[in-house]
Design a protein around this ligand. Sequence first.
Ligand code: OXD
Ligand code: MN
Length: 593
Amino acid sequence: MAKSPALPGNPALSQWINECAELCKPDKIRWCNGSDAEYQSLLTLGKADGTLIPLSPKLRPNSYLHRSHPDDTARTEECTFVCTPTKDEAGPTNNWMEPQEAYAGLRKYFEGSMRGRTLYVVPFLMGPVGSAFSRVGIELTDSLYVAVNMRLMTRMGEPALRHLGQGADFTRCLHSTGEFDPKRRAICHFPQDNTIWSYGSGYGGNALLGKKCMALRVASYLGRQEGWMAEHMFVSELTSPDGVTMGFTGAFPSACGKTNSAMLRPAERFRSRGWKVSTLGDDIAWLRPSDAAGGGQLYAVNPENGFFGVLPGTSERTNPHAMQTFSRDSIFTNVALLPDGDVWWEGKTEQPPNQAFDWQGKPWTPDSGRKAAHPNSRFTAALANNPVLSPRCEDASGIPISFIVFGGRRSDTQPLVLESFDWTQGVYLGATLSSETTAAATGKVGVLRRDPMAMLPFCGYNMGQYLAHWLEMGKRLAKPPRIFHVNWFRAGADGKFLWPGYGENIRLYKWMMERCQGKAKAVETPLGWVPPAEAIDLEGSGVSVERFAQAVAVDKKAWLKEAEDHRVFFTRFGSDIPAELLEEHAKLLRRLA
Ligand code: OXD
Ligand code: MN
């Protein structure tokens, strides 16, 4: 059995790796240093064993296609566990397992699971180099696909080992794809041990353990202990023609447009005048209050170093900056392969190709009666590929956040945009966020579910206490960000979207910036402040004043029903639901009366 070379100066790390190697019994252990040369050599290995199919060097330079096991194409929430000594610590919205039982059960899976395979040791840093926000993880994995994706998604190798030094404060991430058998699959989080064990899946959210598992589930737990927050949010900067720049974040459930928002290219009318959005991240934000001397503001970093974005629906029209981001040096997962060596997915072009190989490699034509790409097909690309990346994404201090946007996918009821009355009511808007489910997780698509702060699948502890933590954080901020709620997906009586979305959303972000500056008009509704049509520049949007009014309308009857649903949802948390949120609910009922 292979043994890890001793790591000078870090016995805790060497010992842990050796314990895991003894359990999993790999043939070889390969340390990843994160260099370009190593990345190229891993790609060569991936080509040789069929993990990676090279794409046309002319059309997609240095890019590859990976086809997943057909039973392993999305996050599997039913196999995801938070393992805390008591069930109450995990709360009513997480699957729970007692830690000793979970370790013992998983040990049986991991025992000898890497025989004949290579164990990759992947040290990674989440967060900018030299930042107080940043944390180290070490992933031990038998998946080459994971190793190359982690190279694009994190600061891998040297920066992580330097940050760790001789310390033992790192997230211990053990991963094996096992047999890809959904019946032998478990993604277990041990927040108190700063440990994650994932077995039986190679899918991004289940296997790239720096992402959902560490940077959200474990980090949300650590954030509560240490007074910060780990959130399922994009982080961007908005710049106006007069040179004002504001940081903002947005929490939307998976596959509801975070990547499009993070990289938004403003509609021509605004772009030509100098409106600009720059990206820091598209999926995860780590947020900390600055001390009083720093103004008591909320600061954010993106802990990731790359994108793992959804492809269907992505096109030159909907997200030209994403199209540029993955034009080279990218990995595509479960898309269709074209005869010319390029890739395709539904929505990439208006006209489908005449022929292709579908995401499973089977010949496909538009008449095949099935999708060419998997609905949860993805691209992986480094942050640096993004043409509108903010130069501040490497700032150790993070960026100050002026406003937070919550959003869900609702065809009715929820107005296009509104602003909360204050932080507490904003937390209420986030806590009651609801959305129709998407293909990012296994299970039925299009079912309405409550998804507080878009964190339902990612909160590493009791969600009632998580909501209390949000309220607590607000009290520590002299200048809390304003909170908005959006719903790009509201439909009219004709079944069509009331708002065009994408680059046109700049019209609403402009209003949000102006609200923060105390400049824009708003009218009070029972739900919060809503823009009157005259506060939004609608010229060229194709949206009439009447249609806009429909998009922001509050239907009191529907909202009384909605509020009842909020009440029922809150009862799930028993006494853990903060009293302030119950008071907010009572106030909402009074405003609706
Ligand atoms: C993701 C997700 O992969 O939210 O970002 O599922
Ligand atoms: Mn996500």
